[in-house]
Design a protein around this ligand. Sequence first.
Ligand code: DX5
Ligand code: ZN
Length: 213
Amino acid sequence: MTPMKSIKIAPSILSCDFGRLNEEIRTIEPYCDRIHVDVMDGHFVPNITIGPPVVKMIRSKKPLECHLMIEEPERYVEAFAKAGASIILIHQETCPHLHRNIQQIKDLGLKAGVALNPATSLGTIEDVLDTVDMVLLMTVNPGFGGQNFIELVLPKIAELRAMKHDLDIEVDGGITDKTAHRVKEAGANILVSGSYIFSLKNRKKAIKSLLNA
Ligand code: DX5
Ligand code: ZN
């Protein structure tokens, strides 16, 4: 199904040179819709990345989208809001009180999204679908950049698009010029991409290739 919504690109800074973070951001900023920031705690996922102090150092006019791959995200949501996040994504798998946690993000005046691992079914978020601004379907198991796209998520994207036609559906993991058209055809309209974009010197061309795929 072709998505009705326009396609947006969210480069993941996980694959950029952190020593030159703001320089790297300047290479993508004019061509993207938002900046995707991967936050990992070494518990929910087997990797540790960055926290609010680094988010605070990011200089960008584009909205910062913080993808919290952390346990008990409610303990850190306010700190990420203060650090400059505009959108916060929490994982269903880390939130026994998902509705409350979504409200916490919205009460801070931010956009709230819920993320699902490849093995987590849509039924787990059906009841909160009308309260979130977007849903992120992981197309890899979260934890690392540069992993291979997991095909079994494609029918899940289509199923979610059929459940809610005007929903912002984001996909994250293994998105390249080879896989972008498949997620778009399934119904995704926001594409996160890290290693593909940052492995290419010409970032404008990289982002365009995802938009045109
Ligand atoms: C994975 C992260 C992704 C990742 C995407 O846990 O959530 O955002 O950085 O990286 P690529 O595009 O390299 O798969
Ligand atoms: Zn991510």
